[in-house]
Design a protein around this ligand. Structure first.
Ligand code: ATP
Ligand code: MG
Length: 388
């Protein structure tokens, strides 16, 4: 379907109803669009705020047809949405990103092959789909991390392996599904870059973000001048550009990187959608990653976002609702957090807190990197988040 410019009054559709969809819906509605969300969960965060909500499985043909009828263009917020569903939609409406790009991002083996094709270095790895491939794994890949090729997120579907026996056991434990084994690298830091690319090839980006993961889940993102060495930040943007152009990508794409202890950059993975590490842009940038998603989908101009404040994002995981000694979940002390300067609280409207579940995030903006860090540490203290 040929993209056209969609103006206010048109309806934008999104596959998936999680928090990313919710923030896309907010951005779309602010700019005058109607929205439709397809998600099987009747209480999904995005479905609850959208004009229309189709509760259906992602492959339900009747509801996909209804989505295509209601929406003038369709995007995705959920990276495991079946590529088939996107292909069905694309027969009727513009879909961005394209199903093919999403399919590559869904499969770690295809994703790594794409990075290599684009000249971007990834961790040494081997694809494991058979006993033969398992036996042929080079010694250099152990100690490593065995990851299912598909359907992993937030560190799920991953096992750290320290020897060959552990590797065999881990592959068994993962049900012998197709996997990649990656060499476990000594990381000095992690970072990510969010880009938006339009149908005509215009590409803009948010400044590179420094990320701290805990137990495989993003915990903290810091974005301000000097958070990463300049040359490294430029290299990360250039690598992300090559990866997006190599896919002829349309929409918002996030690429995550490792910084090794020798200061070199290695690509980790990509997400074909806005990303948790770009959430700060709602509060610290004149254009957010969700507005970029709306603009790219609607065929509106993409302009380079300008960060106006140093920013730090703290993820608010369900663990914060379980204070030591309490036998039931307790709402964190938001008034105490909001009494600090520069706090921007985002809660996703999820009814039940569970450990590891992303319930919301807190962006802290400030006049300087020192001020923003001080405020973030004060917020950590109030909330019981480990300081960083
Ligand atoms: P998400 O989709 O939520 O970003 P995921 O489940 O896809 O996460 P990865 O990004 O593959 O998981 O890994 C999660 C974290 O585990 C990384 O951010 C990094 O901290 C660590 N990690 C992953 N692979 C390696 C590796 N090869 N060497 C060292 N650390 C790694
Ligand atoms: Mg990751």
């Amino acid at each position: 379907m040929k993209p056209q410019t969609l103006l206010a009054g048109a309806t934008l559709g999104v596959m998936g109803g999680g928090q990313l969809g919710r923030m896309f819906v907010h951005a779309a509605q602010r700019m005058g669009y109607s929205t439709v969300v397809l998600d099987p969960d009747a209480t999904s965060p995005a479905g609850r705020v959208s004009h229309h909500h189709l509760h259906a499985d992602y492959l339900d043909t009747r509801n996909l047809a209804e989505l295509a009828r209601l929406a003038d263009a369709i995007t995705t917020e959920f990276e495991n949405v079946p590529a088939d569903a996107l292909a069905q939609l694309a027969a009727h409406r513009p879909v961005a990103p394209a199903g093919e790009a999403v399919a590559i991002a869904q499969d770690r083996a295809r994703e790594k092959a794409h990075f290599t094709r684009c000249g971007v270095r990834c961790a040494p790895y081997a694809v494991i789909e058979s006993e033969e491939q398992l036996a042929l794994v080079p010694d250099a890949l152990v100690p490593g991390i065995l990851k299912t090729a598909r359907l992993g997120y937030d560190g799920k579907g991953q096992v750290r392996v320290d020897g060959r026996e552990a590797l065999v056991a881990a592959w068994d434990g993962l049900g012998r599904v197709p996997c990649v084994l990656e060499q476990r690298l000594a990381l000095a830091a992690e970072c990510s870059v969010v880009v938006a690319r339009g149908a005509g090839g215009t590409l803009v980006h948010l400044p590179p973000q420094r990320n701290l993961h805990r137990a495989g889940i993003l915990a903290v993102t810091e974005v301000f001048d000097g958070v990463l060495p300049d040359a490294l930040a430029q290299e990360a943007v250039q690598a992300t550009r090559s990866i997006a152009e190599g896919l002829d990508y349309v929409g918002v794409l996030c690429v995550e990187f490792f910084v090794l202890q020798d200061g070199t950059l290695v690509v980790n993975e990509m997400a074909p959608r806005p990303h948790n590490s770009g959430h700060w842009s709602l509060d610290g940038s004149d254009v957010s990653q969700f507005e970029l998603q709306v603009r790219a989908l609607a065929g509106l101009p993409l302009v380079q976002p300008r960060q106006h404040s140093p920013a730090i994002m703290l993820n608010l995981l369900g663990d914060l609702w379980f204070r030591p000694g309490a036998d039931a979940p307790v709402e964190p002390d938001w008034p105490a957090v909001l009494a600090l300067q520069g706090m921007h609280l985002h809660l996703y409207g999820k009814s039940e807190a569970r450990p590891g579940r992303k319930m919301g995030h807190l962006t802290i903006t400030g006049a300087s990197p020192v001020a923003v860090r001080q405020a973030a540490l004060a917020a950590c203290d109030v909330l019981g988040i480990e300081p960083f």
